[in-house]
Design a protein around this ligand. Structure first.
Ligand code: SF4
Ligand code: SF4
Length: 460
């Protein structure tokens, strides 16, 4: 079967029972269109929130069939929920697309290659041990001159756009990518303020293990004991995003079980990848009350901003003389309504200057596995986002979602490095090195001991 094989256009399914009232408030005003990532690159009404809502109403009314052609316009949706934030009428497009996605999986809606490729991704990405096994042979390829040569010679194009997109996202693979190094129990330093559990994330722990290390170090230095359940798996975000509800529920139940097996009290279950946090906050609905964490799920920025950084930690912070553009991941800004907290935390780093991109709420094109299954649209969005962030003149981009981080690293190239806000806090506190800082930046060699933070921030 080739990648160009077309699905059977004659097959269609019904789409009964949209979430009650979710589409009703749509008045077709079009306010959502400028924020819609798929509309931006495809410029077609059918690939906009308004067009999809119109199609859903027509399907429900029996005037349109959800055949492969109509389904393709739902597949172009990134599930970024920018339209939900933009809509003045309160249309719950998030509920509409989440209800629609499982229907798109039905046989005949996608080409056989597309079905097989998505199935492969869902058989690998949520399982760190499988992903690591698959990555073993790539150790001598990723980040080496061989990879650069293969790209220059156009060899990666021979495997088709989706495999090429996968290869382009592949980061250099360090020894840490292949096994979890952090201990199960990480004690608080300084005055103890509480106890939390942390999700390592399945893609994050393989492709950017420095994030968990930095997050644990920052939490410890702020007085929190951090527990990492050793058997924790995937939160189900990747499959949830694809409408694969059975797999998502299974992964979610397993994760709840592993976190609930922790002995002793917990103040929170923390997440440092916003895509994962968004899904874990939806477990109540997904698991229909069958299982739940015994502590609230919080994004790590949300938690630290609410508790406040400790005096002990604030005293450790040394100047980082860099300009930083914060990238708002869609599942953070639209999905969890978290915007100020990561910025507020970064403002505590002396000398660090934050810059704002002009289109902060528009998706970067990562969107779970969107950049693998819709590579052309995702690449265009990646280029637009990279140019927008780059135009701020920032030395570095801060991203709190692993999917966005990989997408931005690919499209920003040498224009700016991309790091998690926890890595910046950890670097400023001298807890964790930060590779790839622009020349002349880094922890300034100014006297810090015995001086307070305000003194260092005071203009001279
Ligand atoms: S979804 Fe909201 S913003 Fe978009 S067309 Fe409908 S009412 Fe207007
Ligand atoms: S979720 Fe994002 S891509 Fe999908 S319709 Fe809304 S704004 Fe457009």
């Amino acid at each position: 079967m080739t990648q160009s094989s077309r699905p059977d256009q004659s097959v269609s399914v019904n789409l009964p029972g949209l979430p009650a009232g979710a589409a009703d408030p749509c008045v077709h005003c079009g306010f959502c269109l400028p924020t819609c990532a798929s509309y931006r690159v495809l410029a077609s009404e059918m690939d906009s929130p308004r067009g999809r809502i119109h199609a859903l109403r027509a399907i429900e009314a029996g005037e349109l069939e959800l055949d492969a052609s109509v389904a393709s316009h739902f597949d172009t949706c990134l599930g970024c929920f920018a339209c939900v934030s933009a809509c003045p009428s309160g249309v719950r497009y998030d509920q509409l697309i989440e209800h629609t996605r499982p229907k798109l999986i039905d046989a005949g809606q996608r080409s056989p290659w597309d079905v097989a490729f998505r199935r492969l991704l869902l058989q690998v990405l949520p399982y760190p041990s499988r992903l690591r096994t698959l990555l073993q042979p790539l150790r001598i390829y990723a980040g080496t001159p061989v990879q650069a040569l293969a790209r220059r010679a156009g060899l990666t194009r021979l495997f088709g756009p989706q495999i090429e997109a996968m290869e382009r996202l592949l980061p250099p693979l360090a020894a840490d990518s292949y096994r979890d190094h952090l201990p199960q129990l990480n004690p608080a330093t300084g005055e103890r303020r509480g106890r939390v559990a942390l999700l390592l994330g399945c893609v994050q722990r393989c492709f950017d293990p420095a994030v968990s290390k930095a997050t644990v170090a920052v939490l410890q230095a702020n007085g929190f004991e951090v527990v990492l359940p050793p058997d924790q798996g995937c939160c189900g975000a990747v499959s949830h995003h694809q409408g694969e509800l059975e797999l998502t529920r299974q992964l979610a139940s397993d994760l709840v079980r592993s976190f609930n097996a922790i002995e002793g009290d917990l103040d929170a279950v923390l997440v440092a990848a916003s895509g994962c946090g968004h899904t874990m906050k939806a477990y109540g609905e997904l698991l229909m009350g069958d299982a739940s964490f015994r502590a609230p799920v919080l994004d790590v920025h949300e938690f630290l901003a609410e508790r406040g950084l400790s005096e002990h930690f604030l005293r450790r912070l040394q100047p980082l003389e860099i300009t930083v553009a914060f990238h708002d991941a869609c599942h953070m800004i639209h999905g969890q309504r978290i915007k100020a907290q990561p910025r507020d935390l970064l403002h505590n780093i002396p000398a660090l200057q934050l810059r704002e991109a002009t289109e902060a709420g528009v998706c970067c094109g990562s969107a779970g596995i969107y950049n693998l299954v819709q590579p052309q649209e995702a690449a265009e969005l990646g280029r637009i986002k990279a140019d927008d962030l780059s135009s701020t003149g920032a030395d570095l981009v801060a991203s709190a979602n692993i999917g966005c981080t990989l997408q931005l690293r690919q499209h920003l190239g040498t224009r700016a490095s991309v790091h998690h806000p926890m890595e910046l806090l950890a670097a400023s506190a001298g807890l964790h090195p930060l590779p790839g800082l622009p020349q002349g930046a880094g922890i300034a060699e100014v006297a810090r001991k015995g001086e307070d933070r305000q003194l260092l921030q005071r203009p001279t």
